[in-house]
Ligand binder design. Structure first.
Ligand SMILES: [Zn+2]
Length: 310
């Protein structure tokens, strides 16, 4: 056997040992033997975990400003990869002054986009991590932002270190190309765990719905180990479109176990007394309507008072 082949086999064996070692981060997944039930630490015993079911009795109407998506219409190069657990898009740090950011919408800081990734399921009734009234969309995209001025490591230790925007993906029967097409056209290059490819001229607004005004807000965690409770969640109410074929392509991606990765979502977690804020899309009109209603009540009362005096 040639010596370089022996060396390469030895290295592969060493990598396998490192990845399969007990308690190692690389051990978790979504199968029976390594799935969410087996995740340890904060994932098992902390009280502000994600994802959650967004149910009407737990939601409060909130007077929040709209969310600003800065540089989301800038274009740049991203790296797409099949991590064996998700479809991952990174490389935003190299955009420098064009790096996409979010602010407003009740956030106390500005947050920089570092990556986005997806969660999906084995059929259209499951897949999104969050649920609305116990109903799931077939997939959900997470845009992960780090608080400006903090490293990712520092951010993970603060309750508001990360701001993640969740976008539901709703299935459309419309066969025409949609905003997800630039990504889905690359999926054939990402079939196997560890595959990577580049996507040029990408605009982050491609992975946002047209209407970003309405959203749900709550304090939670990463939905993967170590489940750090460092996330201010913004779940957009409006979904973006994904075709049946694109969903099919996602389900064809292979995971670390070299089988089709037909699910990679964490089950719903208990709310444990947390409240969810809802920022409606027609906030300005609602506030104008209510102030004009208040004004008309005032005028009516004044007219009544005058008529009583005279
Ligand atoms: Zn996620």
């Amino acid at each position: 056997m040639p010596s370089h082949l022996v060396l390469s086999l030895l290295l592969t064996a060493l990598l396998a040992v490192v990845q399969c070692g007990p308690g190692n981060d690389h051990a978790w997944g979504y199968d029976k033997n390594n799935g969410p039930d087996t995740w340890q630490g904060k994932c098992q015993n902390h009280l502000k975990q994600s994802p959650i079911d967004i149910r009407a009795p737990d939601v409060d109407y909130a007077l929040l400003h709209r969310m600003h998506f800065l540089n989301y219409d800038m274009d740049g190069k991203i790296e797409l990869s099949n991590t064996g657990r998700t479809l991952f898009a990174g490389g935003f740090e190299s955009w420098q002054h064009k790096q996409p950011m979010i602010q407003g919408g009740g956030l106390k800081h500005r947050y920089k986009l570092v990556q986005f990734h997806l969660h999906w399921g084995q059929n259209d009734a499951v897949g999104s991590e969050h649920a609305l009234g116990s109903l799931h969309y077939p997939a959900e995209l997470h845009l992960v932002h780090v608080r400006e001025g903090l490293t990712l490591k520092e951010a993970l230790t603060r309750p508001d270190g990360l701001a993640v925007v969740g976008v539901f993906l709703a299935r459309t029967s419309d066969p025409v190309a949609n905003n997800f097409s630039p990504i889905s056209e690359k999926l054939h290059e990402l079939r196997h765990s560890g595959n990577t490819t580049e996507l040029k001229n990408f605009r982050t607004k491609y992975v946002l719905p047209l209407d970003t005004e309405a959203f749900y807000r709550y304090e939670g965690s990463l939905t993967t180990p170590d489940c750090s409770e460092a996330v201010v969640w913004t779940v957009l109410a409006e979904p973006m479109a994904i075709s049946s074929h694109q969903l099919h392509l996602l389900r064809q991606l292979h995971n670390k176990e070299l089988v089709k990765s037909d699910k990679n979502y964490r089950p719903l977690q208990p709310l444990n007394g947390r409240r969810i804020q809802y920022r409606p899309s027609k906030f300005d009109r609602v506030s104008i309507c209510s102030s004009s209603a208040a004004f008309s009540i005032l005028v009516t009362s004044f007219t009544l008072l005058i008529s009583l005096i005279y």
